[in-house]
Design a protein around this ligand. Sequence first.
Ligand SMILES: [Zn+2]
Length: 171
Amino acid sequence: MSVLLLNASYEPLAVVSWRRAMTLVVAGRAELVAQDGDRVVRSAGGAEYPWPQVVRLMQMVHFASMRTPVPPRFSKAGLNVRDQRTCQVAGCDERGATVDHVIPRSRGGATSWENCVLMCQGHNSRKGDRSLEQLGWTLKQRPAVPAGTIIASPARREEWARWVAPAFTTA
Ligand SMILES: [Zn+2]
């Protein structure tokens, strides 16, 4: 059974085997965050541990190699997560109800993570086909591809939704 491995910050890192997860827990390098039903793992010495479903590292790791190299496919759902459903124009707290192309499509702007941001209805309609520079607007952050996708079965995808947005899981 696969186990979701979270960084100390609760950010999803990888999917690992339950053996790997147990090794981390027993060694004190990870803690159990969610148990898989009420099943237990019995060690050779007879000790019982809850069967892990989600574990979290005790110390923050930064190695990029644990991420799946596959960038998530662009989607509105993913954009909602990345931009936290909020208009990305600096200083605006309105709901990001629309997808704006930073470089307008009419000027060859792509529909991509790097060129799309959420904007509120007002900002999007005022922007039209103009560039941010023309308007003197700045964005809260530079639009970027979100971190890699976590591979999960459809059942796991639901169970792990608390830690990984479904837009960032793939079967
Ligand atoms: Zn706005």
